[in-house]
Design a protein around this ligand. Structure first.
Ligand code: C6P
Length: 412
């Protein structure tokens, strides 16, 4: 098979088979949350109906089964992102939680007054605020790598900002506004030469193209389940084992200790040290099931499919007068996340008009306000594609924008 069978894939997602405002649903808000296939739901249902128990605690059969499924999912994640060892995979409540974990532990331990933290201007607030807060608290300096006119990371600027004073580089793999894929391997090499570590926000990358944390030489890599066909409320933090072992715990409670006395405690080995309390067991099993699903589809075919949708969308959107697209106009090293604005129509008005035609897009600042400032806008409309989208969906998007344009034009 050299291409995705989109018709078959669509049938895996019952939610897509419905009408919104009497129109066929066209779901183009995948960067916010992708939909979940029936097979993932079924695996969770099976766990709930046959194996449900707490993990790492009971010696009874259900407890052992639950633990085995939970740890199998950890191994699946490790294999899926090319981690050397399953113990380098920490389950969290989401990408935001993963990034906060690194800032609160590694950041807290390693950032001193006068140190520098480098982020890009295209960071989502989740990979910006934890670093801004640490920098403020520790009297460290936060530096920004800027973007060029095409929405690409300015590598020359990165070379000037990352120096021997840099302790942490926090960078998104893919921008949730521009769709730009950043050159992570080049950045890790640059950072490591300067003695800094690199925290990669992979929320918009995982599930869209193959990701290998070992090839990227990322020190930390964070992502969420709900953007890769798994449930909400579960996420992953990959960390190099040597770094995870040095870090203090993030939260304290059950299952993260080796021994507790009246006077103190010793911590469990990684990753348990970072998984205090009962985890989102069914969510983690859902992540494992989503990885199985993605494995059957093949990530290179997924990438090819989404690239062709992106090329088509960029071409068709460019035909609409007064429409400004933010981010790269060429298809290399970008994903199917396309932000745009139409004349003086407010993004929320345009998104509402599109919704009337069943087209679901996001409008707003996309939790990336420093980027909005750099783009000289307050907000944008954003369409984002996934495995179940088709060129027909894009035709519907484009004709709905044209319709809205005429409607709002008449109101002026
Ligand atoms: N972006 C969007 O519509 P959570 O909320 O923890 O699952 O993911 C946070 C996050 C971190 N990094 C990037 C690059 C992201 O895009 C997101 C989530 C959604 O763009 C919701 S704001």
């Amino acid at each position: 098979m050299d291409k995705l069978d989109v018709k078959k894939i669509k049938a895996d997602f019952p939610i897509l088979n419905q009408k919104i405002n009497d129109e066929k649903l066209i779901y183009l808000d995948n960067a916010a949350t992708s939909q979940m296939p029936l097979v993932v739901e079924k695996q969770i249902e099976h766990f709930t109906n046959f194996d449900r128990a707490n993990v790492h605690r009971g010696v009874h059969t259900l407890g052992l089964r639950a633990t085995q499924k939970y740890e199998n999912a950890r191994q699946k994640v490790a294999d899926f992102i090319g981690a050397k060892n399953a113990s380098e995979i920490v389950f969290t409540s989401g990408c935001t939680d993963s990034l906060n974990l690194v800032a609160a532990t590694y950041g807290e331990q390693n950032i001193q007054a006068g140190d520098e933290i480098v982020v890009s201007i295209m960071e989502h607030h989740s990979n910006f605020l934890p670093w801004q807060q640490i920098a403020l608290r520790k009297n460290a300096k936060l530096k920004f790598i800027e973007i060029d006119a095409n929405g690409r990371l300015d590598l020359e600027d990165a070379k000037s900002k990352i120096t021997t004073k840099t302790k942490i580089v926090a960078i998104t793999h893919v921008s949730n506004v521009l769709g730009t894929i950043n050159p992570i391997a080049a950045l890790t090499s640059l950072a490591h030469k300067n003695g800094a570590i690199v925290v990669v926000d992979g929320a918009q990358a995982v599930g869209h193209f193959p990701v290998n944390v070992t090839d990227l030489d990322a020190d930390f890599y964070a992502f969420s389940g709900h953007k890769m066909f798994a449930p909400t409320g579960v996420g992953v933090l990959y960390g190099k084992k040597a770094l995870l072992e040095q870090m203090p715990p993030y939260r304290f409670g059950g299952e993260m200790i080796t021994n507790v006395t009246r006077k103190g405690a010793t911590w469990a080995p990684v990753p348990q040290k970072f998984e205090a309390g009962t985890p989102n067991i069914s969510g983690v099993i859902g992540v494992g099931a989503a990885i199985d699903y993605l494995g059957k589809l093949d990530l290179t075919l997924i990438q090819k499919h989404e690239d062709s949708l992106t090329a088509y969308a960029l071409k068709e959107l460019s035909k609409i007068d007064d429409l400004v697209v933010y981010g790269p106009k060429d298809c290399s090293n970008r994903t199917g996340v396309i932000s745009f604005n139409l004349r003086k129509i407010h993004p929320h008005d345009l998104a509402t008009a599109l919704d009337l035609n069943g087209v679901e897009v996001r409008a707003g600042h996309h939790c990336a306000q420093p980027l909005m400032e750099s783009l000289k806008t307050e907000s944008t409309v954003r369409a984002s594609f996934s495995i179940y989208n088709t060129k027909n969906d894009i035709d519907q998007l484009v004709s709905s924008i044209q319709e809205a344009k005429e409607f709002f034009g008449e109101l002026r």
